[in-house]
Design a protein around this ligand. Structure first.
Ligand SMILES: [Zn+2]
Length: 407
């Protein structure tokens, strides 16, 4: 007997196949036991009129970067910072995201808290602190601040760790794994949220990157890189980096090189769209605004270039701040560039492959974890729904109903 039987919904399984009308999904324990066919007996959920998709995956989250003006957590009570972080986790789950890869900041301790069910939120794959060079993207010090203030709050959040030289890179990589990271994040270019570099700057050497990649491979995992420009991406490819984040200033040759290497690009459209509106709430200085200029258009062009070159595209929101309400906006914006099916597949099947978790998540397939999301309406017809959590009426995570707004 099944523990849950979902009936009546249009089912879009995340593989790229079209919707199946009145699909049947049976769940046993935490996994999907049956898709299609005659419904077995069990607790029935009648989902007539709804559209069911796989649990969404955000491959570029910053669940713990809730206040950019106080990243070291020195001016805010730890309890307040923790409460804000838990709130962000809660909102992510209500927005249909059952798994996130944290792309810098989250400690293994946060992943444990959600895994143990103590904090309501997505399954978290933490990258720990971002490994960055002195003066590069992630170095939090003001230009004339000689005191390091990037130690963070152990067990909860640390935004970055500086590395200079291959030995220092190796030491930091080992330290980040010790704290529970499931993969490593580096910064190979300047960034928008940076105070002492330019987006065009190339950061870290191939030698430093190779040391980080070697440590990741020794743990049978991989490295993702904050990378706006092609110089940083080329160095990352030479070192074996698997996942290039942002890639906003891509060119055609580099797109083909990424495809040939079997690497991925994770565009982050939502953050560029929202930063202009929410920078104050996120704790950012006004100085970020000129750095944003033209970047969303450049990234949109790069997304199309990468898609045309056959680069697998993941999906990442890169949201910051204390609320992080628009995680699904990434899919809405990508729908405008590549269509809603491609946006959905990038946030489900492709993200699962990118995260090396395709055996467990990403599609509605027998044997995978039962992570399921039901929309009141059809996001393939109306992609604005991806960014309307109130229209997500049911969320199932590992076979458990974790949100149910059905009347
Ligand atoms: Zn980021």
């Amino acid at each position: 007997m099944a523990s849950l039987v979902l009936r009546g919904a249009n089912v879009v399984d995340g593989t790229g196949a079209g919707p199946v009308r009145e699909g049947v999904i049976a769940v046993e324990g935490e996994r999907i036991a049956q898709v299609g066919g005659r419904p077995p007996t069990g607790v029935e959920l009648d989902l007539g009129g709804l559209t069911v998709v796989p649990g969404l995956i955000d491959a570029h989250a910053h669940l713990t970067l809730v206040d950019l003006a106080d990243l070291s957590g020195r001016r805010t009570p730890v309890a307040v910072t923790a409460a804000r972080i838990f709130h962000v986790c809660d909102v992510a789950l209500d927005s249909g995201f059952t798994t996130v890869r944290d792309a810098g900041g989250a400690d293994g301790g946060l992943a444990d808290a959600t895994r143990l069910g103590l904090v309501r939120g997505p399954r978290i794959l933490p990258s720990g602190p971002i490994l960055c060079q002195s003066g590069g993207h992630g170095d939090l010090r003001d230009p004339f601040d000689h005191h390091g203030r990037d130690e963070g709050l152990p067990g909860l959040v640390q935004a970055s760790m500086r590395i200079d030289g291959a030995d220092s890179a190796r030491l930091a990589a080992r330290e980040v794994f010790r704290r529970g990271a499931t993969q490593l994040k580096v910064a190979v270019s300047g960034g928008v949220v940076s105070s002492t570099d330019r987006i065009e700057d190339v950061q870290l050497t191939v030698e430093e990157l190779r040391a980080v990649v070697a440590e990741a491979q020794a743990r049978e995992t991989y490295v993702l890189a904050h990378a706006h420009n092609v110089g940083g991406i080329r160095n990352g490819l030479a070192a074996g980096v698997r996942s290039f984040e942002h890639a906003s200033l891509l060119d055609e040759d580099t797109a083909h090189a990424i495809a040939a290497a079997g690497a991925y690009v994770v565009p982050t459209l939502a953050v560029l769209h929202l930063m202009e509106l929410e920078w104050q709430e996120w704790g950012l200085p006004e100085a970020v605004l000129p750095r944003l200029e033209g970047l969303e258009d450049a990234m949109s062009r790069s997304v199309k270039l990468a898609a045309a070159a056959g680069v697998p595209l993941g999906s990442g929101s890169d949201l910051l701040g204390p609320e992080q309400r628009h995680r699904g906006m990434e899919l809405t914006l990508k729908s405008r560039l590549l269509g809603p099916m491609e946006a959905l597949v990038s946030a489900t099947r492709t993200n699962a492959e990118l995260l090396e978790r395709a055996d467990d998540i990403g599609t509605i397939t027998e044997g995978k974890l039962a992570d399921l999301v039901a929309f009141d309406g059809d996001p393939l017809q109306d992609p604005e729904l991806f960014d309307q959590p109130e229209r997500i009426v049911l969320v199932v995570q590992s076979g458990k109903v974790v949100k149910d707004l059905r009347a």
